[in-house]
Ligand binder design. Structure first.
Ligand SMILES: *Cc1c(COP(=O)(O)O)cnc(C)c1O
Length: 212
């Protein structure tokens, strides 16, 4: 890992991904030098897991690279909704009816176009965010009814389990709801996710190395 550069790792991953799979470079915990290197190598979609960290790191870089897109991939608290909507292009972690309500209300007061993914807790893990698979259809319907531009689903399979069945479950839920985007796969399992139809993989350490 340490012999290669961020640009080289980005090129390597891009060569491995099928045409239907876009790369979200997960830049949480990375500093400005690393972000600039990725931007200069042509990477344009980035994932951050905390609203405040993104607001501290990104304003100048967004101004310098106006076509870059930021995705929120971490949990969103209601009190951060307004800030998140003013800053992110896609929120991948819509996971509960109360959050849909707050998002819908805040969206009505501003006119940026923001995309939304519903996060599904495919392994039904109590400590993990995401709507359970059996409640996903209802949450998708509610989000649509409240006017959110829902384009797809996101999941993080349980650690240490074969992720393939989880990716397949996510794809099945998307299919029956007419959703296109599937955000699934991280550094350790993005090959499998791409094979299972991921339209976005979220990769951090395989690009940037370990985080502080
Ligand atoms: C950190 C994170 C990733 C990236 O994980 P890596 O193993 O570093 O590739 C992907 N998705 C989410 C939701 C994350 O929090």
């Amino acid at each position: 890992m340490s012999e290669s550069t961020i640009a080289e790792r980005l090129r390597h991953i891009a060569r491995e991904l099928p045409p239907h799979t876009r790369l979200v470079a997960v830049s949480k915990g990375q500093g400005e030098i690393a972000l600039r290197e990725a931007l200069q190598a042509g990477q344009r979609i980035f994932g951050e897991n905390r609203v405040q960290e993104a607001q501290e790191k990104w304003p100048e870089l967004k101004a310098a690279f106006p076509d870059c897109r930021l995705h929120l991939i971490g949990p969103l608290q209601s009190n951060k909704v307004k800030a998140a909507l003013s800053f992110f292009d896609c929120i991948q972690t819509v996971d509960r009816p109360a959050l849909v309500d707050v998002l819908a209300e805040a969206l009505a007061k501003q006119d940026r176009a923001v995309e939304f993914l519903i996060q599904v807790n495919t392994g039904v893990e109590p400590q993990k965010a995401g709507v359970t698979p059996d409640a996903a259809d209802a949450l998708i319907a509610l989000a649509r009814q409240r006017g959110l531009a829902v384009t797809g689903l996101m999941c993080i399979p349980p650690a240490g389990e074969d992720p393939a069945p989880h990716f397949a479950l996510l794809r099945a839920i998307a299919l029956r709801n007419g959703l296109v985007e599937l955000s699934m796969g991280m550094s350790g399992d993005y090959h499998i996710a791409a094979e299972e139809g991921a339209t976005m993989v979220r990769i951090g350490t395989a690009i940037f190395g370990s985080r502080n």
